[in-house]
Design a protein around this ligand. Sequence first.
Ligand code: HPA
Length: 276
Amino acid sequence: MSDALLDTAVAAIQGRAGFRKPRIGIVAGSGLGPALAALTPSLAMAYRDIPGFPESTVAGHAGQILVGDWGGRAVAALSGRSHGYEGHAPAALRLPLRVLRRLGCEAVILLSSVGSINPEIRPGRLALVSDQIMLAGVNPLTGANADAIGPRFPSMVDAYAPALRMRAKKAAASLGLSLGEGVMLHHPGPSFETPAEIRAYRLLGGDLVGMSMAPETIVARHCGLDVLGIGAVTNMGAGLTRDAPSHAETLSMARAMAEDVARLLGRLLEQWDAPA
Ligand code: HPA
């Protein structure tokens, strides 16, 4: 895997004291940073100290990489993410996932707050992402392909690894946590959906809406990371309830769900190498 930007970013992280090779990556977005509290970091580094790393400009996103141990596994977690709607170029948005891969991760757990458009998946619940629909937004692989990193036309079949979803279901069941499951419909944002868009997305087969996970999954699959996507359902989609969605509500709900996310991840990581 080679790319000058990638080489420089990876070297900056590996050169820090406390670095150890991670096996599993985690990306935590809006309000979900506190879910990482159970990770014991041997290294914490701000995105601004990593050359080329896009800095998140969104309230509720911390902006640091933590490398350390969680549940006996070597983990690298990105606390805070950047989105296309912040104006970052696709190349900058590709970097964080590729860095995780190059540091040694074989899989990544993508955590994001999401809206629900499926009446059976209510706010306050966690939901596994089974597949995605990316109708709108810029494909993050737009531009010249880095053939050493991945193919020009990567497959998106089983993009959310069935084996990891199975593990997550087992972990949730062992904790008595209720987990929904559904298709992520990507909405590029930053405006929330209109009620008409929500109705259309439902007709198209979506269960969840979000502004971050689908492009990250494309980048992750392209560079060979297995993906587990977990949404923290913070609200029903626009028009499905009387209240309009808001970032403040999304943040406070996600913070309230961070403990469930932490319990689920803790159990999942502990059992990561157990026979399926
Ligand atoms: N729409 C899009 N993204 C979201 C939502 C929503 O309703 N809630 C949390 N992230």
